[in-house]
Design a protein around this ligand. Structure first.
Ligand SMILES: Cc1cc2nc3c(=O)[nH]c(=O)nc-3n(C[C@H](O)[C@H](O)[C@H](O)COP(=O)(O)OP(=O)(O)OC[C@H]3O[C@@H](n4cnc5c(N)ncnc54)[C@H](O)[C@@H]3O)c2cc1C
Length: 400
């Protein structure tokens, strides 16, 4: 049945993206996983196809397409079944460059966003540090002003595209925090740092999943960064991040959705095709009902994700739909991946199987782009807030 969110143009675009990914990604993706890297040629092909700038402004070579065009692309990227590929491409096109597109000045966009849209420069987003993950108020990487430069010192970790990136969008502390908790998030800024600058060192990390994403720890040892590489206003980094993280959660949810569809297809094929005890696995009620339950949950998740995307297109008021979509899809993806691994029998347990890759890739998404617990905190707190638009309580007036 047709979705209310997608037009004929979206479906034509879906067919084009699927054909592109079938021709240029599917035959090579397993090798990229083994090599733990994507080839530069792929980035250029994605750029030439217009797939790295769907949401970005035309002035930077982007397509300025609506959000549901990006949803189509990300669902199809998810359906490839390769978590490393989808993490690498989405961090580049919807996370790191998002801050340039929404807050970067024209010169910064010409120097970094436009080549990223063409696939000539690869981007990474470096927020997490060894001592600061979910709690961004603990970020300790500093950027001290020295004439026309910032001098950056610190370490970022778990940086997707970290080994391949030509530049990183880095959260740095340009002023000391004015307290702890939320107030500790003051004094943050976003800087674009060229990976080729002296003092930048990226070291690959042996992640369990998302192998082609080239995850790295990146050290900044007194790196002298031109001051005009600041994105937006100084000390306003937390504000930009809070806005960007809504999109990041939605992107994670859409990718998980596409991934689940692929994994459930694999499980369905196993249940339909495996012969045993004089019939197929699908003739047995236990696997059939397991499949039916998961397919039902996936159908509900799809509606939640598309609704969350629609909420994001409505702008203000901020709502919790993106957090709910991220929480639900990434956790459901783990359950579907586990069921698939089991239904494939021992073949699924081989390290080289698609089922094993889907299983390890699914785990990463419950941590990256905000762990499940943080999503639960955000959703839970929103339940205790008065509904949007409720007038603030009147302060009792003292009568004379
Ligand atoms: C594969 C992968 C790729 C990643 N890519 C990037 C990237 O490109 N750029 C980047 O900057 N970061 C990236 N990350 C890092 C990711 O954003 C962090 O892992 C995440 O923010 C959690 O931080 P942490 O790992 O330091 O865990 P911590 O924040 O130390 O959390 C430890 C544990 O506590 C739980 N926890 C956290 N907060 C709460 C809470 N409020 N209540 C209860 N429990 C809580 C967590 O769920 C976790 O189980 C990536 C992570 C992974 C796994």
């Amino acid at each position: 049945m047709r979705s209310v969110y997608f037009t004929d143009a979206h479906e034509e675009f879906r067919a084009r993206v699927r054909a592109f990914l079938t021709a240029h990604v599917a035959p090579h993706a397993a090798a990229w996983e083994r090599e733990r890297a994507l080839p530069r040629a792929l980035w250029r092909k994605l750029g030439a196809e217009g797939l790295l700038g769907l949401a970005h402004p035309r002035s930077a070579g982007g397509g300025e397409r609506d959000l549901f065009t990006s949803v189509v692309f990300l669902e199809e990227l998810g359906r490839t079944g390769f978590g490393g590929l989808r993490a690498a491409v989405s961090v580049h096109a919807y996370m790191a460059t998002h801050y340039l597109a929404t807050a970067g000045g024209p010169e910064l966009c010409a120097a970094y966003l436009a080549p990223a849209v063409r696939g000539e420069k690869i981007a990474a987003l470096a927020l997490t540090e060894p001592g600061a993950g979910a709690d961004l108020s603990r970020l300790a990487t500093t950027a001290e002003r020295d004439g026309d430069r910032y001098v950056v010192r610190g370490t970022k970790t778990m940086v997707s595209n970290g080994t391949a990136a030509d530049f990183q969008v880095v959260a740095v502390r340009t002023a000391p925090p004015s307290g702890s908790g939320r107030r500790g998030a003051t004094g943050l800024s976003l800087l674009v740092i060229d990976a080729s600058l002296p003092g930048v060192t990226a070291r690959p990390l042996p992640t369990l999943g998302w192998r082609a994403a080239g995850t790295a720890t990146v050290e900044y040892d007194a790196v002298r960064v031109p001051a005009d590489r600041l994105i937006g206003r100084r000390d306003s980094g937390f504000y930009y991040l809070m806005r960007g993280l809504q999109l990041e959660r939605l992107v994670a949810a859409v990718l998980a959705l596409g991934g689940m569809e692929r994994t459930l297809d694999d499980a369905r094929a196993a249940v339909a095709g495996r012969e045993l005890f004089g019939g197929t696995l699908g003739a047995l009620q236990a696997p059939l009902h397991r499949l039916a339950d998961l397919a039902t949950e996936l159908a509900a998740a799809r509606q939640l994700v598309h609704h969350a995307a629609w909420c994001l297109t409505q702008g203000e008021p901020p709502d919790t739909a993106c957090s709910m979509a991220k929480l639900h899809t990434t956790e459901l993806a783990c359950r579907i991946a586990e069921a698939n691994l089991h239904l494939q029998g021992a073949r699924g347990y081989l390290d080289t199987s698609d089922a094993a890759r889907a299983h390890r890739d699914a785990q990463a998404a419950t941590l990256a782009a905000g762990p499940s617990e943080v999503m639960r905190d955000l959703i839970g707190r929103s339940l205790l807030r008065p509904p949007y638009g409720t007038p603030p309580p009147q302060t009792p007036q003292k009568s004379s």
